[in-house]
Design a protein around this ligand. Structure first.
Ligand SMILES: [Zn+2]
Length: 252
């Protein structure tokens, strides 16, 4: 009999490898189901241990012997898993554009600082022009820092980091989610600029990693011409966004 430590919020449980015994070993134990991996890609089977699952986000083996899928749900919704998801998301954001170059640690640190400041400005609705003041301020405040000395990201570079790298990454991640789950889509005329009309397209979906319904911006949905505000023109714009991103209609 092997004892498995379950650190998924439950007490230690005895897990028996054989089911041909007469007492505790004969009790029914829930086994891992392959469908769980489709529902939660981070949940995978543990070889030769059917009553356990591994979470690749937490790099942890947990027991599913007691309540099966409910054990997995409890882990996914747990505080530790949620925290690890946030850590992973931030790390992926910084490393997925080829920004991270281990050949020059200082350059990596400077780039990381520039990216984090760009995200900070956007998250707090601070005008990007504010970035013009940051480079000289950092140098003045931290004269002994090589990172501050090499930090150069005014409004132009900050804009490029946001539009050229971060926005693309965020959109790719969102489109991937839309391809694998159900979602709703909405739009509303936002602004007119000459004959161009902006119709921000947002989607509402269930984020499996955070177990929450979230609303995300998908595209600006620009329409043009004298018919820019017509429903048929706006529909064509939405249709084009879905086609361009290969988003299936059946899940919308
Ligand atoms: Zn986990």
């Amino acid at each position: 009999m092997a004892e498995t430590s379950s650190d998924c919020g439950r007490k230690k449980a005895k897990v028996d490898g054989s089911l041909d015994g007469s007492s505790a070993a004969a009790r029914f134990k829930s086994k891992f189901q392959p469908s769980w991996s489709k529902k939660w890609p981070c949940i995978i089977a543990v070889p030769r241990s059917p009553t356990e699952f591994r979470c690749t986000v937490c790099d942890k083996v947990c027991s599913c012997a007691h309540q099966g899928e409910s054990d997995v749900t409890r882990h996914i919704q747990g505080e530790k898993h949620q925290k690890n998801v946030r850590v992973r998301t931030n790390a992926a954001l910084l490393s997925s554009f080829g920004f991270i170059s281990t050949s020059d640690p200082l350059k990596d640190k400077v780039t990381t600082a520039e990216i984090k400041v760009a995200i900070l400005l956007v998250e707090n609705n601070i005008p990007l022009a504010f970035a013009d003041k940051l480079s000289p301020t950092f140098k003045e405040l931290f004269p002994d820092s090589n990172i501050a000395k090499n930090y150069h990201s005014a409004r132009m570079k900050t804009t490029c980091i946001l539009n050229g790298a971060i926005a693309r990454h965020v959109k790719q991640t969102l489109v991937k989610q839309l391809k694998s789950g159900v979602f709703s889509m909405s739009t509303d005329g936002s602004n007119d600029k000459d004959l161009d009309k902006m119709n921000p397209i947002t989607v509402k979906l269930f984020d499996i990693n955070t177990s929450r319904a979230v609303t995300r911006f998908l595209d600006m949905g620009v329409t043009q011409g004298v018919d820019a505000a017509k429903a048929s023109t706006i529909f064509e714009a939405i249709d084009e966004v879905m086609t361009d991103n290969s988003i299936p209609r059946k899940t919308a």
